[in-house]
Design a protein around this ligand. Structure first.
Ligand code: GLN
Length: 198
């Protein structure tokens, strides 16, 4: 299995390390690569979109042609996980800020997000969350988005303060928070387990 971590911004190294550990623990053979160009996604079975600044990441995805390639991967039923800014980019519907900043979402998951839902209250915080299918996790939120509503096949699997903070749709997974900043790789394991299924 080849997993590509989009490496324009964010916790790229932490995602790579956590994915490698998770693969080892699951007994999945393969490689985890940092992807900066479209060709780095060639042959990838799964991709991870880290956090950062969604406007900047969206521009770089478009300039590199990786946006199209990620849409193609999703269409082929490959797994994509987005954390924080990555969660925003996976959504089909953004908020006013997404519109004002001309942020082009990948539009892969049937969900509407509020880009800075938690950021306005407090820049960053940690809390215990219950995630369906995984259990209790320690979640780190940094200027985090919320998933306001879902439709179609998209399903919220964790909530905080009445708002969605994790969702799945087939092999796509969106998280408002940063699992890569903890030492608990259960979310990465769940993503890989699901992504590696036929
Ligand atoms: N809210 C940020 C954005 O709009 C994302 C923050 C993060 O990824 N830590 O891009």
């Amino acid at each position: 299995m080849k997993v590509a971590v989009i490496s324009f911004q964010g916790d790229v190294f932490e995602h790579i390390r956590m994915t490698r550990d998770a693969m080892k623990e699951l007994g999945i053979e393969g490689s985890v690569v940092a992807a900066r160009r479209r060709k780095d996604l060639e042959g990838a079975d799964a991709a991870i979109l880290p956090g950062g600044e969604s406007t900047t990441i969206s521009k770089r995805l478009r300039a590199s042609g990786m946006d199209e390639k990620l849409r193609k991967m999703a269409g082929e039923g490959k797994g994509i996980m987005g954390t924080c800014a990555g969660c925003i980019l996976l959504a089909k519907k953004g908020d006013d800020e997404v519109e004002k900043t001309d942020t082009e979402l990948l539009g892969l998951m049937d969900m509407e997000i509020d880009r800075n839902a938690f950021g306005r209250q407090r820049e960053s915080f940690e809390t215990e969350l219950d995630v369906e299918g995984i259990g209790s996790v320690n979640a780190v939120f940094i200027r985090a988005p919320a998933i306001l509503r879902t439709w179609g096949d998209c399903r919220i699997i964790s909530e905080f303060k009445g708002m969605g903070v994790a969702a799945v749709q087939g092999k796509l997974m969106a998280l408002s928070f940063h699992p890569e900043l903890t030492d608990d790789n259960r979310i990465h394991r769940e993503f890989l387990r699901n992504a590696s299924e036929d």
